[in-house]
Write a protein that binds this ligand. Structure first.
Ligand code: ATP
Length: 237
């Protein structure tokens, strides 16, 4: 399998604070890969740099065989690289459907947008039921569905998900993760950032462990689930 995303020596800094200290990772086409780590490990910073939201201090981002380092995020979205940010970033004053339509802003509003809407409503029945409701009135879990749905409206080849389980009730987390797995099975390559290591390792094929801005472990998710260091540090054993 060829790498759809390859990150080489990525560094992210905020002034004097080094958040990501030179990481390498790759995601092959069709994979669902997890990047796990504790609070403040640098997961969000790494994801933002990959998505073109933050300029890296060093390193290269290769996407679809092209060097896209420092390309702005809107260009990357046009090329099929979509980020679902932590905190979701939905437009609270717009309706659910208007938010979803915003995800397809790169394309003319034609039949393909309509069929993508149907697809998202098929994944998240709840969004269909709430399609005319202002997004700001949705529950946290519904807002997370909306954020994922909106990213899917851009027809991504690579989906970057930042902590989709954050702050959600267990039932909602389960629904979100079931859909993430389904979307990945449908062929959308996915890089999932999560603090919930157990869930992330259960759904992903491979994973990277980020600690203090450095990747300290990587491998098959099934092996990491058995790893005593991972179990102690991230699975509460
Ligand atoms: P969390 O799970 O809490 O989101 P994370 O693994 O995603 O954590 P980051 O949010 O990437 O970690 O933060 C990594 C480090 O960079 C932390 O020490 C954080 O305080 C610092 N940091 C993040 N954003 C900024 C910023 N805008 N300015 C200064 N420091 C920042």
């Amino acid at each position: 399998m060829s790498a759809l995303l390859e990150v080489q020596g990525l560094r992210v800094a905020y002034g004097g604070i080094n958040a990501v200290k030179g990481i390498d990772l790759h995601v092959a086409a069709g994979e669902l890969i997890a990047l796990i780590g504790a609070n403040g490990a640098g997961k969000t910073s790494a994801l933002k740099a990959i998505a073109g939201v933050l300029a890296p201090a060093a390193g290269r981002i290769i996407y679809g065989g092209q060097d896209v380092t420092r390309q702005p995020s809107f260009r990357l979205v046009q090329q099929g690289l979509a980020l679902v940010p932590e905190g979701r970033g939905i437009f609270p004053q717009l309706t659910v459907e208007e938010n979803l339509q915003m995800g397809a802003y790169c394309r003319p509003n034609d039949a393909s947008v309509h069929s993508d809407l149907e697809h998202v409503y098929g994944l998240f029945q709840r969004l269909f039921e709430r399609r005319s409701q202002k997004a700001g009135t949705l529950s946290g879990g519904e807002q997370q569905m909306l954020a994922i749905g909106r990213a899917l409206m851009s027809r991504p080849r690579l989906l970057l998900l930042d902590e989709p389980s954050m702050g959600l009730a267990p039932m909602m987390v389960q629904k979100i993760f079931e859909t993430v797995v389904q979307v990945a099975r449908d062929g959308v390559t996915t890089l999932l950032v999560e603090q919930n290591a157990l869930l992330a390792l259960q759904v992903s094929q491979r994973a990277y462990v980020l600690e203090g801005g450095v990747i300290t472990l990587q491998g098959q998710a099934s092996d990491l689930l058995k790893d005593s260091k991972v179990r102690q540090a991230y699975l509460g054993e």
